[in-house]
Ligand binder design. Sequence first.
Ligand SMILES: [Fe+2]
Ligand SMILES: [Fe+2]
Length: 220
Amino acid sequence: MLSLSQIKKNTQVLEFIRRTEITLQAVRYSEHGLRHSNLVADRARSIAQVIGLKENEQELCAIAGFCHDMGNFLGRTQHHYWGALLFHQVFCSQDIKDVSIVMQAIANHDKETEMKFSNPVSAVVVLADKSDVHRSRVGKKSIAEIQADIHSRVNFGATYSKIRVDKQKKRITLVLKIDKKVVPIIEYFEIFTDRMLYCRQAAEYLGYRFGLIINQVELL
Ligand SMILES: [Fe+2]
Ligand SMILES: [Fe+2]
């Protein structure tokens, strides 16, 4: 059985993530390196635990969360497919059922996919990934640079971001604090509406309703 600790020691995976970080930094994208990988892995595991997925599935959620963006260094638009195929190349000698589930979760994590969910691991990874909106993703940009780009403004404005799972009420809620002095909240929706709709689909697949709370106001 694959484990996250084994994946985290894999020099190929680590290099792909490092290359991705350098590549996306060069085009001034938000942070896509080890910070994002670790956060999505941890978040995916804890969502999987709370909703009661089996232990093996929890591990696969964490693995897919860690690896989901590692294909970005080969190209941004199709990075979810590159990442899935790279995962297979590195781990093709492992249990193919586990490998396929992780490949599918990586391929499905991007909103541009035409797939519908058919596995809980994919749905959990979408929720873990799309909820990572935070100031710490902006990196070392000047204030002028942050102001000039909507993704930077929104990430920089997000001072708190947590995903809350209520098993009893069957509700998965993204809780954000957005500093309105940095960015008007409408700009969050301008760039993230598709992602929120994808989160809603993911939550519904898991049997939950998706909620969004910004600055203590329940919006969804
Ligand atoms: Fe991605
Ligand atoms: Fe991501």
